[in-house]
Design a protein around this ligand. Structure first.
Ligand code: DGL
Length: 276
């Protein structure tokens, strides 16, 4: 990517590769929009960390993306959204944020049994955002939750169909299905990459809700309102970057979304995110 500031640029970040599920949908809808993706892989998983720490990371990443000119930032991580979204909106009124939240509301509209399963990280379940959603929309629905320990790490290493991945998902999902859940909410952006494995476990009668398409629609709507949609081809349209190892990130990007790219290495220095 060239160094010119672009206010058409949409910044997208996650602790790792999870947000690629969101980026992929945004790219499908807005193929000419310049996108800058940050995977904070040196700190993945966020889900086990303190909220204050995740918030600090999210603020520093936002500073980095704003310095690139981004006016719209997609917090493509349920965990970072739980920890920081509200404060980001307050502290950066000049930016527009799109965040993630477990799709509890659509699930309550879809379920016939009145029993919904939610898969998300421990930090997401601790956050106020999740509790507000449940209070607001799920008073007549029974919610079953699971944090799928170890799953984010396996998906990070590209293990979407391995035996260990299947085992973690079986442990989370089978008890939910036995209790009557007919709708499963993916409350972590890493999890859409294991949808085929999930569907194999839960069978054809269970609905699996991936919020990424709805997020892409929201991004498109907001860009349109801000008159920031890029409608014509643009050189180096999508830039991928990581605070982890660019070579392994490159391999995972290719295997998950089929893009052959050379991710830019970033590093943390005194609490700030910088180019190497
Ligand atoms: N992709 C993430 C989410 O949506 C974060 C997973 C993690 O780092 O624990 O919650």
């Amino acid at each position: 990517m060239n160094n010119h500031l672009s206010e058409n640029l949409v910044g997208i970040f996650d602790s790792g590769i999870g947000g690629l599920s969101v980026l992929h949908e945004i790219y499908d809808m807005l193929p000419f929009q310049p996108l800058f993706y940050i995977a904070d892989q040196i700190h993945v998983p966020y889900g086990k960390r303190q909220m204050s720490e995740i918030k600090d990371f999210s603020f520093a990443i936002t500073d980095f993306l704003a310095a690139k000119g981004a006016r719209v930032i997609v917090v493509a991580c349920n965990t970072a959204s739980a920890a920081a979204l509200k404060d980001l909106r307050t502290e950066y009124p000049q930016l527009t944020f799109v965040g993630m939240e477990p799709a509890v509301k659509p699930a309550t509209q879809k379920t016939h049994t009145g029993i919904v399963g939610v898969l998300a990280t421990p930090a997401t379940f601790q956050g106020k955002l999740y509790h507000t959603l449940v209070e607001k929309f799920a008073s007549n629905v029974k919610i079953l939750t699971h944090t799928c320990p170890g799953l984010v790490e396996l998906i990070e290493s590209g293990e979407t169909t391995s035996q260990s991945t299947k085992l973690i998902l079986q442990r989370a999902l089978l008890p939910m299905i036995e209790k009557g859940a007919d709708t499963i909410v993916l409350g972590c952006t890493h999890f859409p990459f294991v949808i085929p494995t999930i569907k194999h476990i839960v069978g054809p009668n269970v609905t699996v809700i991936d919020p990424s398409p709805a997020i892409a629609k929201r991004v498109s709507f907001l860009l349109n309102e801000l008159d920031l949609i890029k409608r014509y081809p643009h050189e180096s349209c999508v830039t991928f970057s990581t605070t982890g190892k660019p070579e392994s990130f490159k391999r995972v990007i290719y295997s998950l979304i089929g893009t052959d790219t050379s991710p830019i290495p970033l590093r943390w220095k005194s609490g700030k995110l910088t180019h190497i």
